[in-house]
Write a protein that binds this ligand. Sequence first.
Ligand SMILES: Cc1ncc(COP(=O)(O)O)c(C=O)c1O
Length: 430
Amino acid sequence: MTGFYRQGPALVCDGVALDRIAAAEGTPLYVYSAATIAGRYRAIDEAFAGYPHAIHYALKANSTLALTRLLRGLGSGADANSGGEIDVALRAGFIPPQIVFTGVGKTLADLGQAIDLGIRTINVESAGEIARVDALSRERQTRTKIAIRINPDVDAKTHPHISTGLKTNKFGVPIGDVPALCAHARALAGVEIVGLHAHIGSQITDLDPLTRAARALVALARELAGAGTRIEHLDLGGGLGVSYDGSRVPTAREYADAVLPIVRESGLAIVLEPGRQIVAPAGALLTRVVDVKEAGGRLARRSLGEGGGEDVGGERLFVVMDAGMTELIRPMLYNAFHRIEPVVLTEAPPTSCDVVGPLCESSDTLGKDRTLPRPQAGELYAILDTGAYGSVMASNYNRRLLPAEVMVEDGKARVIRRRQTIDELLSLEL
Ligand SMILES: Cc1ncc(COP(=O)(O)O)c(C=O)c1O
């Protein structure tokens, strides 16, 4: 078994007790399972085996260097969404032909960097961006490989904040405009169209929108080939969801079985950009209870020692953690659900509570109406499936310091990013 599971009452990561890791490194703390990352990467690779494909792990999900290096070692390429992520990919040992570059607002500096490096493709988002890549490439007397990101107007049926494939979203070129754009771009000396790209959203748990986007790409490639533009690959983006609540979601194999028959007829190689699918279940955020607050009426009196009071409907028990929206913003940003579990199970009676963070924001709630063994200050909790879009979105709001990160590999826990210090936080200020 790999990942996070119980050995007796204790939650462990690949056999290493989480309470020991937290005692050594403090909280809030991200812990990752290297074995889970490897297993999930291989599951995708094997699902597409037998068809030409390249996995470009989406760094935006989690680009801590050690984790990025681990994926490179497994054979992955990288999908970068900013100049900074290209730098991370290079420092993690990727060579430029292993990097694709996506992003809705690439600056001239970003594009120049990508062109100078000679990365695999720039996934371009608009006619204006093609013109900029063309001009920058001609200045450098080079020709840059581009893939056109299409907006297929497909509803990913996910949270609106992580839906990117509708015509009302800011991403990509409207699919109907692509043939004319390609006809124009073919005449440009600075660009070579090598691919079509679609990424319609994230945390997609219904295969139908993903297959519709794949069909749209294949049909468009056929139309372009008829008009003389022959491309080399179809980039299907990322987006495949994971189960945060234990409900069944499509596996990597089911995804491959759904899209491969569609793509096969084109004969074109596939590029995949999975992020969440690989790393989300491989991470947990460890956090300690700072305070347990009983709000309102009888419960409040009880906490003052005035007697009376059982848990009464309408009253609230707040469990205040030492992690909040600065460490994990998904619950506040997307209304995302994460399982929250005591690291060591107790015999305390099940109690309904709101699990909240320490920040001065009412939205700083990690989990509403949860039933937990009545928590006590000082106890350690794990917020599960937080390997993707967790630490990468951490912030210094309220002057809080970025959390440390630990990787468990071969039965050993090692710090892969140490906790930020106040001096480091203030070091940029003059
Ligand atoms: C262009 C692009 N590719 C890949 C991804 C990775 O998506 P996911 O983590 O859902 O697989 C994203 C994230 O939204 C993205 O914007």
